[in-house]
Design a protein around this ligand. Structure first.
Ligand SMILES: Cc1cc2nc3c(=O)[nH]c(=O)nc-3n(C[C@H](O)[C@H](O)[C@H](O)COP(=O)(O)OP(=O)(O)OC[C@H]3O[C@@H](n4cnc5c(N)ncnc54)[C@H](O)[C@@H]3O)c2cc1C
Length: 494
């Protein structure tokens, strides 16, 4: 199976002649609306609609609501879902990228108002022009504001500021009834909380108001290597907790990933250094006893913001601050790598990898990613089962994340589902391969994911699949209506 193309049911088709909008209604050019980053589920809609205004978006939903044929509607952001979440089999897909606009408002509380179809990279650039930025970010900036808010928006700042959804002040939404509503934690709050992490089930975000803070001009970006998972997780937890008591200023960004203990440039040590010359530092491993037994190393990735130019701090004092923090940590001293980069370059760091992967054809291949939230109490057991009892010793062709966050930083009452634990980890296998036949078929990788989940269940390890990357749930649909033949076809995949 390279991909699954679900058939259209002609008898469900409507002429759409009663939908009067200035924007475009495409009935034939449906390739984009039938695909996503996951690239293993393809469902063809009846039409791909680019509304010219929020009113036209609402009119499209009214139209679907009034249809008697079970017409479904899906908003499509930038289509970076994994398993068809932004597709609508025989339904209508709305191109949210057609509604654009970003406004930065500085005041007592500074915020940015961005249309749901705006990409984070454009939001960031607009905010940085004023010296501000939202405090919390996903790792990848070429996804839309509206699409991200349906999940959570998790990244290395989540431990400190919560996920992106924790930093939303207000939303403008077109509901499943085609009604336009403004909602916030104090007005229409039921809708507001339902929308955050709501998987697109409660309405379409047309605009989001997001908190801004002063942005640093540059950051110190540091990677440290561990050969012991116990020390690695202990240090990650120590760093994320520094902020809780406010006892001490810690790092501004904390992530971590598992690395194969080989010189492989993609899955092994090559993931860690910032320059190829730094690779030779891994020679030190030959003199460390654990190297012989552990097939994995662990990379703690952190960043520290340089204070804004108003309170300029010398490079020397940044060195002191970082060294004081590093003294608490149990990484292999020879294996620390750092560089200073502009804030924009740091937040947009995945883009350079995207360009490389596109050239190799790997960006376009199927991506059956697996992404889990795991309570802290189960993380070492998960490591043993997931990494040591499976064939992950050769890696997955992309990052294998493992980093903790604090429940207290997550907005309460929102739809998003997280473990019942004060500290829980994001664990993800972001698979990148050549497309078949050079690379493995998606079916084989999905089976591997299912085997891992089966092993975790049998070992009583609790986890929650994080839906943006989930491979088990069939595509979300905005409303309860589903065409039964689409569900039937999908159930054979998952
Ligand atoms: C390379 C890559 C890196 C990623 N990194 C991260 C990361 O670091 N952190 C993280 O949290 N996630 C990450 N993700 C996952 C990503 O956040 C989700 O896949 C997100 O949904 C993608 O946004 P999108 O704009 O492409 O949405 P789409 O895939 O287009 O849509 C996703 C869902 O949201 C709905 N939707 C889209 N727009 C709207 C709207 N305006 N209103 C209501 N519903 C809407 C769709 O119907 C669909 O159900 C990553 C994904 C990729 C491919």
């Amino acid at each position: 199976m390279d991909s699954i193309i679900l058939p259209s049911m002609d008898n469900n088709k409507l002429p759409l002649s009663n939908l009067h909008i200035q924007g475009s209604i495409s009935l034939s050019n449906l390739a984009l609306a039938s695909s996503d980053f996951g690239n293993f589920i393809h469902r063809s809609p009846q039409a791909f609609i680019q509304p010219a205004s929020v009113d036209e978006l609402a009119a499209t939903i009214h139209y679907a609501e009034a249809s008697s044929s079970g017409l479904t509607v899906a908003a499509r952001g930038n289509g970076h879902s994994i398993s068809g979440q932004a597709q609508a089999c025989d339904g209508l897909v709305i191109d949210m990228r057609s509604l654009r606009g970003i406004e930065v408002c500085l005041g007592e509380v500074s915020y940015v108002e961005a249309c749901g179809g705006e990409l984070w990279i454009d939001v960031l650039k607009a905010c940085l022009r004023e010296g501000y930025a939202p405090p919390s970010w996903p790792d990848y900036l070429y996804i839309t504001v509206g699409g991200t808010l349906q999940n959570a928006g998790v990244g290395g700042q989540t431990f400190k500021y919560g996920p992106v959804i924790s930093n939303v002040l207000q939303l403008e939404v077109v509901t499943g009834r085609g009604e336009f509503c403004t909602c916030s934690p104090t007005s229409n709050k039921e809708l507001f909380f339902a929308m955050l992490g709501g998987l697109g089930q409660f309405g379409i975000v047309t605009k989001a108001r997001i908190l801004l803070v002063r942005a640093p001009e540059k950051v110190r970006w540091i990677r440290m290597v561990y050969d012991d998972v116990g020390k690695f997780t202990r240090d990650q937890e120590l760093l994320i907790n520094l902020h809780v008591d406010n006892a001490e200023e810690g790092f501004d960004y904390v992530e971590g990933f598992v690395v194969c203990n080989t010189d492989d440039p993609v899955n092994g040590w090559g993931q860690v250094p910032f320059t190829s010359a730094e690779m030779q530092r891994f020679d030190v491993l030959a003199s460390l006893p654990p190297r012989t037994t552990n097939p994995f190393l662990y990379c703690l990735e952190v960043a520290k913001h340089y204070p804004s130019s108003l309170h300029a701090q010398s490079r020397h004092s940044m060195d002191e601050v970082v060294e004081a923090l590093q003294r608490k940590l149990g990484y292999i001293p020879e294996l620390t790598f750092n560089r200073d980069v502009a804030y924009l370059e740091f937040l947009n760091r995945v883009h350079a990898q995207e360009q490389m992967l596109r050239e190799l054809g790997m960006w376009q291949a199927p991506h059956p990613w697996l992404c889990l939230f795991v309570p802290k109490s189960d993380i070492l057991a998960l490591h043993k089962v997931m990494f040591l009892q499976t064939n992950l010793t050769n890696g997955v062709g992309g990052p294998m994340h493992m980093y903790p966050m604090l429940k207290i930083k997550w907005i309460s009452h929102a739809s998003v589902v997280t473990p019942e634990a004060e500290v829980f980890y994001l664990v993800s296998l972001l698979r990148f391969n050549f497309p078949p036949p050079r690379g493995p078929k998606a079916e084989r990788l999905l089976l591997e994911n299912n085997n891992i989940l089966g092993l975790l269940q049998r070992a009583n390890i609790s986890f929650k699949t994080f839906d943006p990357l989930a491979i088990l749930a069939p595509g979300q649909s905005i409303f309860a209506r589903q065409n039964s033949h689409c569900l039937k076809a999908l159930s054979s995949v998952t």
